[in-house]
Design a protein around this ligand. Sequence first.
Ligand SMILES: [Zn+2]
Length: 133
Amino acid sequence: MGRSWEERVAEYVDSPRLRQRLRVDQQISCAVDGNYGIYKTQASLKKGRKESSSCSCPSDYYPCKHVFALLQTYKNHPRSFLDLDLVMKKLSKREKPELLDLIRKMVLASPSSLSALGIKGFEEPERDYEEWR
Ligand SMILES: [Zn+2]
């Protein structure tokens, strides 16, 4: 107790608790090893777009400390984030059967990715925010 907001954010900045750091265009995301589980955290790099951030943690604050830590970590170490555009550039040179095989492997690793294809019933469960209030 008694720790400032800044200290609570700093605890996460550049920390190994921010995993799977990813950049997709102007959107960054990571998985956070939080105090009450693993959270999925997203933020926009566009100025003044804090409202487009999200985090699956139970915090009452919005944006929460994880969003601030994600943005600060990107500011300090942008190269610690995987740039999906670079991955896509490499993929664009692959043959279609190879890509289909990759999609098959990705779906097995993460069935919820099927929701990107519009397939119902595979969405990530949405957390009910009301239950924390
Ligand atoms: Zn959070």
